[in-house]
Design a protein around this ligand. Structure first.
Ligand code: NAD
Length: 488
């Protein structure tokens, strides 16, 4: 795929593409220059109903949930293999749709999706129950059954990975899925839908209905045929979803926003620390829930770190997402650019100093300069809210206690990190940071076996890691009486 205009895409329900007739066609633009890439129809409540019916039928009468874990595992490995074969194409698709630098799309997004399906292929084989010794004459055991039809709702920023982190465990557990990708970035989900069929996933097991949150998302949440909701997105929508899931008594996992703190202690290797600090705030153009946009620096090295940032940040390659050397691409859409610009304006009003950047980049596309801001008051919303762009704020601290208090001072609790050469400090501070994941002397290492998720406004539930299968299965207890029948 190197064409700049892509074929129109449509829903994928019950193993087939549905004609978009009568639906509103949404134009998707390349964030690098604003030109129209393709169109995708916005789904309706009726489309959701058709998809949920297909998923229910596949769950209740199809082979998927009855197959052995080993058979499902073989098919999931085939999914991983097909992604590998189509890796360059999929990376380009993700790059055009989201504005991702191609190297990131290929070696993070696509590679992670491959690793995830390989991991879930292995986990599919381990779904066993237990026998229990009970003090009554009974043979007692537990079995784990698929939770049912899963409604997966994903955000715009990591479409492929966040789709696989839900669809992978759901399929491993024998569930069926209706996936609603972001209306802004649905292309890789529609590509994957076809790939599942090619890999041998039976019709109806994975259905994809793109469209808006208020129409497609809500229809999925309210549909009585959906047994579980797996949501990733903003904290505001997450709260709304938690309310609806409560009303409809659907179990829900919520992976929400973040505003991670990155602590640099004076004993850190500063060269390595500054590399990690930059990676943590420019990764995916700052559109990363687990970013580290709040830098806290121990006062003795504060000026040194600012000096290093003022040299290194302007040298980060920003530009054409298709250039393999590009590290920072455009924001994924105009609304994201406008949101970041509004926070840059606010930083100026709040008395912040722009050490680096601070503006939209002139020319086409939704580019913003990687930006470093100092001198903000602690109450500034630029510090307390999720900016979700390549913007770093810097504050100084004097003691470890103060650093931890500042790090834990927002409602969010997703990711945090620290740079130190002291192993005892690493353990001590990691234990106190209110976050679902803590990195020490690096940032953003992830593995399908390591759970991630939030506390507080960052949500609840975990993705990745073996425990996730709990969210996609339910346990049934069976007790078979061993009492001798009374003689008649
Ligand atoms: P968003 O909350 O606007 O949208 C997320 C998804 O929810 C989209 O598919 C959207 O269409 C859908 N949606 C919107 N309104 C809905 C409704 N009323 N009912 C049902 N669905 C609805 O988020 P976004 O702007 O796409 O993504 C950015 C946000 O996602 C950031 O806050 C980021 O931190 C968060 N995020 C979190 C994680 C994580 O793992 N915790 C990962 C990636 C992104």
């Amino acid at each position: 795929m190197t064409a700049k205009v892509l074929a129109p895409q449509s829903f994928y329900v019950n193993g087939r593409e549905l004609a978009p007739q009568g639906r509103t066609l949404r134009e998707l633009v390349d964030p690098a220059d604003g030109h129209v890439l393709t169109t995708v129809p916005d789904g309706t409540a009726e489309d959701v109903d058709a998809a949920v019916r297909a998923a229910r039928e596949a769950l209740e009468n199809g082979p998927w949930s009855r197959m052995s874990g080993r058979e499902r595992s073989r098919i999931l490995l085939r999914v991983a293999q097909l992604i590998r074969e189509r890796a360059d194409e999929l990376a380009e698709l993700e790059s055009y749709n989201v504005g991702k630098p191609i190297t990131l799309a290929r070696y993070v997004d696509v590679e992670t999706a491959i690793e995830q399906y390989e991991y879930w292929a292995a986990m599919a084989q381990g779904l066993d129950g237990a026998t229990r010794k009970v003090p009554i004459p009974a043979f007692a055991y537990t079995v784990r059954e698929p939770v049912g039809v899963v409604g997966a709702i994903t955000p715009f920023n990591f479409p492929l990975i966040l789709g696989s982190s839900k669809i992978g465990p759901a399929l491993a557990a024998g569930c069926t899925v209706v996936h609603k990708p972001s209306d802004e970035t649905p292309l890789s989900a529609l590509f994957m839908a076809r790939l599942f069929t090619e890999a041998g996933v039976p019709d109806g097991v994975v259905n994809v209905v793109p469209g808006t949150g208020p129409v497609v998302g809500e229809a999925l949440l309210r549909h009585p045929g959906v047994d579980k909701i797996a949501f990733t997105g903003s904290s505001a929508i997450g709260r709304h979803i938690a309310g609806l899931a409560g009303q409809h008594l659907k179990p829900v996992t919520l992976e929400l926003g973040g505003n991670g703190a990155h602590l640099v202690f004076a004993d850190a290797n500063l060269g390595q620390a500054v590399d990690a600090v930059i990676r943590a705030f420019v990764f995916n153009t700052g559109q990363f829930c687990m970013a580290g946009p709040r830098l806290l620096v121990e006062r003795p090295v504060y000026d040194t770190v600012l000096g290093m940032l003022s040299e290194a940040v302007p040298a980060v390659p920003v530009g054409d997402p298709r250039n393999p050397a590009t590290v920072v691409g455009p924001m994924a859409g105009e609304r994201h650019l406008q949101k970041v610009e509004s926070y840059l304006d606010l930083a100026g009003t709040d008395g912040g100093t722009f050490l680096v950047g601070g503006k939209r980049r002139a020319g086409d596309g939704f580019f913003v300069e990687p930006t470093v801001i100092t001198d903000l008051p602690e109450t500034s919303r630029v510090l307390t809210e999720e900016v979700f762009g390549p913007v770093l704020t810097v504050q100084a601290f004097d003691t470890e206690e103060e650093a931890v208090a500042l790090a834990n001072s927002t409602p969010y609790g997703l990711a945090a990190g620290l740079q130190t050469s002291s192993v005892t400090r690493a353990h001590r501070v990691a234990a106190q940071l209110r976050a679902g994941i803590v990195w020490v002397n690096d940032w953003a290492m992830l593995d399908p076996s390591m759970p991630f998720g939030g506390v507080g406004a960052s949500g609840f539930g975990r993705e990745n890691g073996p425990d996730v299968l709990e969210a996609y299965t339910r346990t049934k207890s069976v007790l078979i009486s061993m009492a001798e029948p009374a003689a008649s």
